[in-house]
Write a protein that binds this ligand. Structure first.
Ligand SMILES: [Zn+2]
Length: 264
């Protein structure tokens, strides 16, 4: 028994050393990455959100549904001009028909071809509206299937073919840059969270060198599906402070960096 313990003590430092030497290297000595993302193209994102982000010079990713974003088109044009990334979030926001509002565009009734066409069409609409072509996608409701039962299919391959990355929703963990599937990046909810709660996520990600993609909807005062301005006013300067060694960038930038790393 004693020998067994001794053997473990001898082996463990070797294992830890091996892990450390394999630690993923983020650029410029950073220890982790953060992307701030919001979905749907809701008006509050450019009425309240982007002006606040711009105060701190932080660029975010907005996955928009063109028919929603059109309500605040001038705000979106300014957001693009100021360097924020526009991603694709489909045309019709198809989700499981168990969301009663999605019953007319239920994923259970969708086909792969229909999804391919819709996502191409959505990109075309964004180009017409804002003059940029989305290269990143967020799955509406975070759901990645079409069809039902034995005929269910994953549409992750569609995303892998048409986009550089895809993000899901309501995930529990950040992305491991050395391992993650860029077509199914995790998105951890930031709506309704306090700065302290976000810091717990950041500290966990930092201790493991991970990429935390935070995801939200509206931006404003405490409300359902809303990222709180009060939280952002603490988070943004924290992310901006070089002492905290966090690379904060839109999903597309970090996706491109990882794609380059993987070619090596
Ligand atoms: Zn959505």
């Amino acid at each position: 028994m004693k020998l067994y313990v001794l053997a473990l003590l001898l082996i463990f430092p070797i294992i830890f050393t091996a892990q450390n030497s394999d630690a993923f290297e983020w650029p410029e000595g950073n220890t982790m990455a953060v992307s701030l993302t919001w979905d749907d193209g809701r008006s509050s994102q450019v009425v309240t959100g982007t002006p606040l982000l711009d105060e701190y010079g932080i660029k975010a990713t907005f996955y928009i549904v063109p028919s929603l974003a059109v309500e605040e088109i001038e705000g979106w044009k300014t957001a693009v001009k100021n360097g924020h990334e526009i991603g694709n979030h489909s045309l019709n926001h198809p989700c499981s028909g168990n969301f009663l509002w999605a019953r007319d565009q239920a994923l259970e009734e969708y086909s792969i071809v229909q999804m391919q066409n819709e996502l191409k069409e959505a990109n075309k609409k964004v180009e017409e509206m804002l003059g940029v072509t989305p290269s990143v996608f967020a799955y509406p409701c975070g759901q990645t299937f079409v069809g039902r039962g034995e005929k269910t299919m994953s549409y992750v391959p569609v995303i892998a073919e048409q986009f550089n990355s895809g993000r899901t929703w309501l995930d529990e963990v950040p992305n491991d840059p050395a391992f993650c599937d860029l077509s199914q990046l995790t998105g951890v909810e930031m709506d309704g969270k306090s700065f302290e709660e976000i810091m717990e996520l950041i500290n966990h990600a930092k201790s493991n060198g991970l990429w935390l993609v935070l995801a939200g909807h509206d931006i404003g005062d405490k409300n359902i599906q809303t990222t709180e301005v009060e939280m952002l006013k603490k988070l943004l300067p924290y992310l901006k402070n070089p002492e905290n060694k966090i690379w904060t960038a839109p999903v597309g930038d970090i996706t491109a960096f990882l794609q380059e790393q993987r070619k090596k």
